[in-house]
Structures are given as structure tokens and as C-alpha cells.
Design a protein around this ligand. Structure first.
Ligand code: UDP
Ligand code: MG
Length: 315
């Protein structure tokens, strides 16, 4: 079978009303581009008629390939499965609820042709989302930006195009808690953003309630930073530091005959000091656990773009 040049990966969870329209718009856009393509629809354990819709499409159109999960594994895992099955030279990840408009695909492909290996779509405007969603999303992006070690571009979701080389690297990163946009930023290569208008959902409602969003945020933070583990150390130093500063103050005041610190001051200082020491020790444990965690993730140590034997082509 012929290998397509562009793969589109779309995770689906209970989107039966949207699927036909999503497929129609993707097909229209892909036909206008003219490249060979495939659309990988990953059914993430939908309970409505989505699986049936997907099967129908796969029967009717050989461009459509289906992956149907045995249960709901979550958006990031569904996308991961899509990346595993994708065969294209470029792979585009997009939501199937039409919030990521298929009409942006030509812009992504255009940048890819210019030589970028990752082209991510930057949200310029968001329609039809509650202020709560916008507010939490904005805090989320800013937090991630601050405390993680990789520079994850702001206002960027998973809607993006990745070159085959990048997809191969990500497919080798089998960590269980996945934060794909962080992973894609981590691998490097030439990356560029393209702006687009985030549309309102075509139908249905968000499958990311607050609980899932919190889990997602915690995956994002813990996959790319030790910050939470290091918190203990900071607190410990603060607590121990205060007590160390306070000891001479209390001693001097007591010697000067002040009644204010009689008795409990010593106990308080001892507790504060020991608490601090304990927190620091916890923090040290945390550092080692963080290292174990890094080893367990089994990420590649480095990612090579060009090897000595590669022919050098001036661009
Ligand atoms: N999705 C999924 N599994 C889930 C939740 C969502 O595959 O457990 C899909 C969903 O069908 C959609 C995309 O992931 O195509 C984004 O989900 P949603 O639109 O609910 O999130 P939001 O855009 O509100 O952040
Ligand atoms: Mg959505």
C-alpha cells in the first residue's frame, strides 16, 4: 500500500454528531492541497455512536484508518496511539470537535515545506468558551512556562504538525504520564508557530472537566520539573533560617531580663529548627526521587539532527 505523505491524527471521545462534518472538512482541505494523505481516527472508548461512525467512514474511504480503544484512556494517550499508527512524512494532530479548524492545515504544511520540523498552531482568539475555561487555561500556560525546564510556547495546544523525524523520537519516549506539547518542545529541531482562530465546539460539550484539567496540569508540571519535590527544601531552609536568626535574639532578650520569651521560646525555636532540618532532608530525598523518575522515563539522552555520515546539504 502506498505510504501517504501527510497523516492527520484526531482523538475522538463521544463526538458522533461532529464526526461526519469533521471528516467532510478535512477531506475538502486535503483534496485542495493535493498531497497523498490519511486520516487516523482514534476512538477513545466512546459510549455513543462514534465507533460506528468511524467504521463507516473507514469502509467508505480508504484514506480513513480507524483505531478503536477498548476503553477511555484519555486524550493524550489517544493521540499517542495515533502517532504510533501514522505513516506519513508529516503528522498533524488535531481535535475532532472542529475547535482546531481543518482550514489551518495548509498553513502548517506550508511551513513544513519551508523546512520547519515542528509547526505548532497558536490560538489567537477563542470562541464559545466560558470565562472559567479561559481563565484556568491562561493560569495553566503561565504556570507551565514559569516552572518547567523546557520552553513550551504560550497559548499552544496539541494542534500541530510534526515531521517524521520528530514523530519517531516522540514515539520512542514511552513515559506513562504524557504531556505531548512539552515532549514536542523538549525534542528541539526547528520549530515555528502559525496563528489561528480557535473556533467554538461544533457540537456537544468539553470532555475536559475540571478534574481532568487538574490531572493534566499536574502531569505537565511533574513531567517537566522537579519543582514540587524541591518545595520541601525551600520551606526547610526558610524555617531553619528563621530559627537560626531568632536564637541569638531570644538569648539576648532573655539575658537582658525580658519576660516575654520565658519558657516556650526555647521549645518553639527547637521545633522550628528541627522542622526545618526535616524538610531539608525530605527535599534531599526528593532530589534523588526526581533522578530516579528521570531514569524511569527513559528519555533519550540526546537527539541528533545530522550524523557524520549524512551528506551535508546547504540550505
Ligand atoms: N478526547 C478524547 N478523550 C478524552 C477526552 C477528549 O479523545 O478522554 C478528545 C475529544 O473528542 C476532542 C479532543 O480530545 O476531539 C479535545 O477534547 P475537548 O474538546 O473535550 O477538550 P477542550 O477543547 O474543551 O479542551
Ligand atoms: Mg474542544
Amino acid at each position: 500500500m502506498e505510504v501517504p505523505s501527510i497523516s492527520i491524527v484526531a482523538p475522538i471521545y463521544n463526538e458522533e454528531t461532529t464526526i461526519p462534518e469533521f471528516y467532510r472538512r478535512v477531506r475538502e482541505v486535503m483534496q485542495s492541497i493535493g498531497d497523498s494523505w490519511e486520516l487516523i481516527l482514534v476512538d477513545d472508548g466512546s459510549q455513543d455512536g462514534s465507533s460506528e461512525r468511524i467504521r463507516e467512514l473507514a469502509r467508505q474511504d480508504h484514506h480513513v484508518r480507524r483505531v478503536i480503544f477498548a476503553r477511555n484512556f484519555g486524550h493524550q494517550i489517544a493521540v499517542t496511539a495515533g502517532l504510533d499508527y501514522a505513516r506519513g512524512q508529516a503528522v498533524i494532530i488535531m481535535d475532532s470537535d472542529l475547535q482546531d479548524p481543518p482550514e489551518t492545515i495548509p498553513d502548517l504544511v506550508q511551513k513544513w515545506r519551508e523546512g520547519y520540523e515542528v509547526v505548532y498552531a497558536v490560538r489567537e482568539k477563542r470562541e464559545g468558551e466560558s470565562w472559567f475555561k479561559l481563565f484556568t487555561a491562561s493560569i495553566f500556560y503561565r504556570l507551565i512556562y514559569r516552572i518547567t525546564d523546557v520552553t513550551i510556547p504560550m497559548d499552544v495546544g496539541d494542534f500541530r504538525l510534526m515531521d517524521r523525524t520528530v514523530v519517531d523520537v516522540i514515539n520512542h519516549m514511552r513515559e506513562k504520564h504524557r504531556f505531548l506539547r512539552g515532549m514536542a518542545a523538549w525534542v528541539g529541531f526547528r520549530q515555528v508557530g502559525v496563528t489561528y482562530q480557535r473556533a467554538a465546539r461544533f457540537a456537544g460539550e468539553t470532555k475536559y472537566p475540571l478534574k481532568k484539567m487538574l490531572k493534566f496540569a499536574s502531569d505537565a508540571v511533574t513531567s517537566f520539573s522537579y519543582f514540587p519535590l524541591q518545595m520541601a527544601t525551600y520551606l526547610g531552609f526558610i524555617s531553619a533560617g528563621i530559627s537560626i536568626l531568632a536564637i541569638p535574639v531570644v538569648v539576648v532578650l532573655r539575658l537582658a531580663g525580658s519576660q516575654a520569651f520565658y519558657g516556650q521560646a526555647t521549645t518553639l525555636l527547637a521545633v522550628l529548627f528541627l522542622g526545618g532540618v526535616q524538610l531539608i532532608s525530605l527535599g534531599i530525598l526528593g532530589e534523588y526521587i526526581g533522578r530516579l523518575y528521570d531514569e524511569a522515563k527513559g528519555r533519550p539522552l540526546y537527539i541528533v539532527r545530522e550524523e557524520p555520515e549524512d551528506v551535508i546539504n546547504e540550505t
